[in-house]
Design a protein around this ligand. Structure first.
Ligand code: SF4
Length: 312
C-alpha cells in the first residue's frame, strides 16, 4: 500500500502545489509542509510562490489571506471548518459600526480576522510586527486596534499608546493561568517562561520573554541552554524540539487539567488524510468576494511592505 506521505508528495508534484503549514498544526502535517511558519511568514510565502495551488494547512483566515494576495491561484484548506475563535470574536458588521463611531481613527487589525474585517482596515499586523507597525505611526495618532484585547493592551503598555482596543480574544491563549504557570515554575525553578502576547496581561507579567511564535522559537534557538515553559499553542513545541533537541520544553498546562485546552481544536482539524484528499479533489477551496478582496488586499500589502522595510 502506498504510504500517505508518498501520495501527498506525488499529488503535490503533479499539480504544482505548495503546502504551507502553521506552527500550530499537527507535527505530521508540519513535517510534510514545504514551508512552516507563523502568520506573517505564511503570508510572505504565499505572496511570492509560483505554484498553481496553495494548500494552506492552518485556519480559514490564513487561507483567505493567501487568496486575497493571490486571486489567480487556487487556495485549498484541508478542512473548511478550521476557524478561529479570535476572528469570530470580531464580526465585520459590528466592527464596521465601531469604526464609523470613531471617525479620524487609523484602523489596525491583527491578521486573525476575516477578509471582511481586513477590508475595513488601514494596515494589518501580525504578532511579529504589531509593535513596530504601531510605532511607525506618530505617538499621537488615534488608533483602533482589533480584535485581540490582550495583544492590544500589551502594545499600549509597552509603547505608551492609548489605542482603542476591540474586546476580542483567542480561547486557547486566554485560558493560560497565573496559578498553573507558578505551579509549573515551582517544579522547574530555573525554567524561563516564554509567552505569546495573546495571553492575558497577568500571565505576560510572569514571562521572561514575550513574543510571537516565531520570536519565541528564535529565542530558544539562540539560548538552547535553558529549560522553557511555553505559554502558547502547544503545536510550536514540535518545531522547538526539532531545532533544539537537547533543550527541555514544557507546555504551560491548561487551566483545566482535564482538557487539552492549550491545543487549538481548529488547527488540529487538519490531518494527513484530509490534506491528501484536498489535493486529490482540489477541494475545499477558499473563495473571497472580489469586492471584499479588492479592499482587503491593500492593508495586507501595506503590512508586507512595512515588514520588508523593517527587515521582519
Ligand atoms: S490558536 Fe487561537 S488565534 Fe490561533 S487559530 Fe486557534 S483560536 Fe485562532
Amino acid at each position: 500500500m502506498t504510504d500517505i506521505r508518498e501520495e501527498i508528495e506525488k499529488l503535490k508534484r503533479e499539480k504544482n502545489a505548495v503546502i504551507l503549514g502553521h506552527y500550530y498544526q499537527r507535527g505530521e502535517v508540519q513535517d510534510l509542509a514545504d514551508f512552516v511558519g507563523d502568520s506573517l511568514a505564511l503570508a510572505q510565502w504565499a505572496a511570492r510562490t509560483e505554484a498553481d495551488i496553495i494548500v494552506m494547512c492552518g485556519v480559514h483566515f490564513m487561507g483567505e489571506t493567501a487568496k486575497v494576495l493571490c486571486p489567480q491561484k487556487k487556495v485549498l484548506v484541508p478542512d473548511l471548518a478550521a476557524g478561529c475563535s479570535l476572528a469570530d470574536s470580531c464580526p465585520a458588521d459590528a466592527f464596521e459600526r465601531f469604526v464609523r463611531e470613531h471617525p479620524g481613527y487609523t484602523v489596525i487589525s491583527y491578521v486573525n480576522t476575516t477578509a471582511a474585517v481586513k477590508a475595513l482596515t488601514d494596515v494589518v499586523v501580525t504578532s511579529t510586527n504589531a509593535r513596530q507597525i504601531v510605532e511607525s505611526f506618530p505617538q499621537d495618532e488615534k488608533i483602533i486596534f482589533g480584535p485581540d484585547r490582550n495583544l492590544g493592551n500589551y502594545i499600549n503598555a509597552v509603547t505608551g499608546r492609548q489605542m482603542l482596543v476591540w474586546d476580542g480574544a483567542c480561547h486557547v491563549h486566554e485560558q493560560f493561568s497565573v496559578e498553573k504557570i507558578v505551579e509549573t515554575k515551582r517544579l522547574h525553578p530555573d525554567a524561563l517562561v516564554l509567552a505569546h502576547p495573546e495571553c492575558k496581561g497577568s500571565v505576560l507579567k510572569l514571562a521572561d520573554v514575550v513574543g510571537s511564535t516565531a520570536a519565541l522559537l528564535k529565542y530558544a534557538v539562540r539560548h538552547p541552554e535553558h529549560t522553557y515553559i511555553v505559554a502558547t499553542e502547544a503545536g510550536i513545541l514540535h518545531e522547538m524540539r526539532k531545532q533544539c533537541p537537547q533543550t527541555t520544553f514544557i507546555p504551560a498546562p491548561p487551566s483545566d487539567s482535564t482538557c487539552a485546552c492549550n491545543e487549538c481544536s481548529y488547527m488540529r482539524l487538519n490531518t494527513l488524510e484530509k490534506l491528501r484528499d484536498c489535493l486529490r479533489d482540489e477541494s475545499p477551496e477558499i473563495t473571497v468576494d472580489p469586492a471584499i478582496a479588492a479592499r482587503a488586499v491593500r492593508p495586507i500589502e501595506r503590512m508586507l511592505e512595512i515588514s520588508a522595510r523593517l527587515g521582519l
